[in-house]
Design a protein around this ligand. Structure first.
Ligand SMILES: [Zn+2]
Length: 322
């Protein structure tokens, strides 16, 4: 085996015989020029799950992004993960659970209102053959815009008109409190105003649950505070299988699983966010649980391994059959 470097590889390819051989010219295929649908199906017991991609946002970041680490370390982590030095890859993946009796959507995507490169959830629902009118329940992990904006379209109409919307009571109590809005810094006020845009005129569709509530059969909520006060994860159980839906316990795992102590500027309580992350990741790693993270690379599903300094996310293998 000769030494393979990028240089020898490129030099070698120039001498590959077919490159210079005469070829028919009429067979050129047109480039598709667009991505395929972002859908991935898997099973938990008899439940059929559909991961639906909503797109990605390259969030611009500065030295303020991580509160408790030098920016040079953050830049190194991004470089190791093949990310740009000043942007955090932030993909969005929602999950539909078909229990056989109910269709439950966990978080709703960006509604096309965060970045031009996100907002394809409705296209992917269509490609998956899921009618938004058939969704019985929406379960919200927390009230940040990338999780709630998909409840409505840009004209303020409900995208899932027949769905009951189940939200963490602690999330509602914190964000819908006008005293908290008034006390918030200007950039956070935007989040408070957005929550009022989404929820104020549909409060009758919204039910509030306490952590531990089984919001649909086999779908159990767990308190996971820190990222926001009422941030909630979901455990899905069916038969002898289970899945932990981590929400925003960690953003991109190449950054926050590898560096579980890092506190992002958008965590409302950074210490609590880190404690929650370690507790849930330790449990998932020890029990070898299947997990999905809202900002993990699509299909956002895999396992967590404990490493010397943190955790490593191991994506699932694509399964061609269910
Ligand atoms: Zn998020």
């Amino acid at each position: 085996m000769p030494n393979l470097t990028r240089r020898t590889l490129l030099a070698g390819s120039a001498s590959v015989p077919f490159a210079a051989a005469a070829r028919p010219t009429a067979a050129a295929a047109a480039a598709a020029g667009k991505q395929t649908p972002g859908i991935y199906r898997y099973r938990i017991g008899s439940f059929e799950l559909t991961a639906l991609y909503d797109g990605i946002w390259y969030r611009p970041i500065t030295d303020k992004f991580i509160r408790n680490a030098p920016f040079s370390e953050v830049e190194s982590a991004l470089a190791e993960a093949f990310m740009p030095a000043d942007k955090l890859a932030t993909p969005f993946t929602t999950l539909v659970v078909n229990t056989g009796k109910r269709l439950v959507l966990i978080d709703t995507g960006t509604g096309g209102q965060i970045a031009p490169s996100a907002g394809v959830l409705r296209d992917n629902l269509r490609a998956a053959g899921i009618d938004p009118r058939a969704v019985d329940q929406i379960v919200i992990s927390h009230f940040h815009p990338d999780h709630i904006n998909g409840i409505k379209d840009k004209d303020n109409h409900l995208v899932f008109p027949n769905a009951e919307i189940a939200v963490p009571a602690a999330e509602w109590n914190f964000w819908m409190d006008d005293a908290n809005l008034n006390a918030a810094p200007a950039d956070l006020k935007l989040a408070f105003r957005n929550q009022r845009r989404i929820f104020s005129d549909i409060a009758k569709h919204v039910s509030r649950f306490e952590p531990g509530a089984e919001v649909s059969p086999g779908i159990v909520t767990l308190a996971a505070p820190g990222h926001t006060p009422g941030h909630t994860v979901v455990a899905i159980h069916c038969g002898d299988q289970s899945l932990l839906v981590l929400g925003d316990t960690a953003q991109h795992p190449a950054v926050f699983a590898r560096h579980p102590d890092w506190q992002a500027a958008f965590d409302v309580d950074g210490d609590a966010a880190v404690a929650t992350r370690k507790k849930l990741f330790d449990r998932a790693a020890a029990d070898r649980m299947l997990v999905t993270g809202y900002h993990f690379p699509f299909p956002a599903c895999g396992h967590l391994i404990k490493t010397a300094g943190g955790y490593e996310h191991v994506p699932v293998e694509w399964q061609p059959s269910l």
